[in-house]
Design a protein around this ligand. Structure first.
Ligand SMILES: CC(C)(COP(=O)(O)OP(=O)(O)OC[C@H]1O[C@@H](n2cnc3c(N)ncnc32)[C@H](O)[C@@H]1OP(=O)(O)O)[C@@H](O)C(=O)NCCC(=O)NCCS
Length: 168
């Protein structure tokens, strides 16, 4: 699945103080905003070349989340052999804990079902409680832990699965 789909992947709305949130497929022009969030979110942020490859990959699907016209999050999957592998999900640091991560992940799951995936899978650090909470709230279930998975901290990766039958 490429990045050529039109605007309007979906919309979400969270009460409280959050403005309306919209989702759309990522475009090359989103790279500066995505890379800024990537830098503050991961210990191994991707280079411009990697992002360029990702955004133009025929097996990848990346979406951005916007509030009031500004990119506040991004997420992507690879679709391989009928399964969607979550690559990255991130929300701008200043905007976290307001429901944006949940809405973003739900939008990503909808993209996986649209692409006819039968299941969505991901790996998450054992210590990443915020991400694990979001994934569990989306219906993901742990399928086990891969020990010593991350080279920086040597912690394990929780492997999580969501099947189409439990569609959100
Ligand atoms: C994971 C991430 C996308 C979540 O985004 P977010 O906008 O903060 O998510 P939400 O606000 O929808 O939900 C966060 C949930 O985690 C909970 N949470 C936050 N910090 C937590 C912690 N330290 N321990 C336990 N729960 C925590 C929040 O209370 C919230 O749950 P609630 O809605 O039941 O209150 C965001 O933290 C992020 O970008 N992290 C860096 C990148 C990353 O780790 N990505 C995931 C791995 S690919």
């Amino acid at each position: 699945m490429g990045q050529t789909a039109s605007e309007g992947v979906g919309t979400a709305h969270r009460s409280d103080d959050l403005p309306p949130v919209t989702f759309r497929c990522c475009k090359n022009r989103d790279m500066p905003a995505i890379m800024e969030i990537d830098r503050e979110s991961f210990f191994d942020p991707w280079s411009a070349a990697t992002w360029q490859r990702e955004l133009n990959s025929p097996i990848a699907c990346w979406i951005v989340e916007e509030t009031e016209g500004a990119v506040v999050g991004y997420a992507g999957i690879w679709i391989v052999a009928g399964e969607a592998q979550v690559m990255r999900v991130a929300v701008q640091k200043a905007m976290r804990n307001r429901g944006l991560g949940l809405a973003l992940t739900q939008a990503l799951i909808r993209k996986a079902w649209d692409a006819a995936a039968e299941a969505v899978t991901l790996e998450v650090r054992e210590s990443n409680l915020a991400a694990r909470k979001v994934y569990e709230r989306c219906g993901f279930v742990s399928g086990g832990v891969r020990p010593d998975y991350y080279s920086d901290t040597h912690e394990g990766a929780v492997i999580m699965w969501l099947y189409r039958s439990g569609e959100v």
